[in-house]
Ligand binder design. Structure first.
Ligand code: CTP
Ligand code: MG
Length: 230
């Protein structure tokens, strides 16, 4: 379907949830998506957040191969496929199971508290004609460029103007064509899908994100998330 074809018509929305990482930085016994967050897993929170976002989406969850059966038990009715060694490979595994979608969102399982409004803003912007859309927030801290390496005291090169910078999160939304092209042109790896799209010349738009869309990466983040759901 062309971009123009999405406007006015009812877009079929697919959401790929990469959840196949091991969570090394979190350092728990189980892979991050399967860690408890107030009585259910981070992954279950994430999937129920998508279900409650009012976007009527088909969801594909991508988990470590050895946890596919377990994830299917946790998430009855949800499509679950095995992921790869890198996030981009996991997204490509999800993409293969998303054949019927016109608009595809990629949303990290590690962002289980993302509010409904973020999903809607991203879907609306894709339906309105943007090929690739990411949620982003202004950066609050002052940013210094340093000479990396020294663990004790790194030398500052300069202070970066933060005004035009945005810290971006997920869900990242794409027309089906844009996401396929981003992943076809890049065997390569990137920390986000919009980065792959940029590399093949696709325009990426930023819509307002939300602080609740933060990613659980470290124990600190897990503590905050547990406080927020308690
Ligand atoms: N992810 C994935 N497949 C991978 C690696 C990551 O599906 N091979 C997913 C993670 O499960 C997570 C999201 O991509 O939902 C963002 O990755 P990140 O926060 O880096 O999670 P992990 O890779 O699990 O954590 P770490 O890098 O600390 O090991
Ligand atoms: Mg990782």
């Amino acid at each position: 379907m062309s971009e123009a074809g999405l406007v006015g018509g009812r877009a079929r929305v697919g959401v790929i949830v990469p959840a196949a990482g091991s969570g090394v930085r979190l350092g728990e016994d189980s892979p991050k998506a399967f860690v408890d967050l107030g009585g259910s897993t981070i992954l279950e929170h994430c999937v129920s957040g998508i279900a409650g976002a009012g976007i009527d989406a088909f969801v594909v969850v991508v988990v470590p191969a050895e946890l596919v059966a377990h994830a299917r038990e946790l998430l009855p009715g949800v499509t679950v496929v095995p992921g790869g060694a890198h996030r981009s490979e996991s997204v490509r595994a999800g993409l293969a199971a998303c054949a019927d979608a016109d608009v595809i969102l990629v949303h990290d399982a590690a962002r289980p508290l993302t509010p409904p409004g973020v999903f809607r803003r991203v879907v609306d912007a894709v339906v309105a004609g943007h090929q690739a859309v990411v949620p982003g927030l202004p950066v609050a801290d002052t940013l210094k460029r340093v000479v990396p390496g020294s663990t004790n005291a790194e030398r500052v090169v300069d202070t970066v103007d933060r005004e035009p910078l945005r810290a971006v999160s997920t869900p990242q939304g794409f027309t089906r064509e844009a996401l396929l092209r981003a992943h076809a042109d890049n065997e390569g790896l990137a920390t986000d899908d919009a980065g792959l799209a940029e590399r093949c010349g696709i325009d990426v738009a930023v819509v307002p994100g939300d602080p609740l869309g933060f990613k659980i990466t470290t124990q600190w983040d897990l503590r905050i998330a547990r406080m927020l759901v308690s």
